[in-house]
Design a protein. Structure first.
Length: 91
């Protein structure tokens, strides 16, 4: 078996965290998003995504769906995910 590069290991970890959330709705939003988008992210974007994953699922759901404004430090990432799932985010 071949060893993963540090970049591949990080992507694998982020995908796993995206698919295995504490809230099924967030699994279904973040899992497919991670599969489709993360491989093309620059390291800075991966950092932002990883910071976002540290947030509470209930808050993330409200932010991504546009039901509640998100913190400014996460606004660009949350807006991008909201657009990917067809939500016009008000954040």
């Amino acid at each position: 078996m071949t060893e993963l590069t540090p970049e591949e290991a990080r992507l694998k970890k982020l995908r796993m965290r995206s698919w295995r959330r504490g809230m099924k709705e967030m699994d279904l939003i973040l899992g497919p998003y991670a599969d489709a988008q993360l491989a093309g992210f620059a390291p800075e974007m991966l950092d932002a995504y990883e910071q976002m994953l540290d947030e509470n699922d209930q808050d993330l759901y409200l932010w991504v769906t546009g039901a509640k404004p998100c913190p400014e430090r996460l606004a660009a990432m949350v807006r991008q995910i909201g657009q990917a799932i067809g939500v016009e985010n008000r954040a």
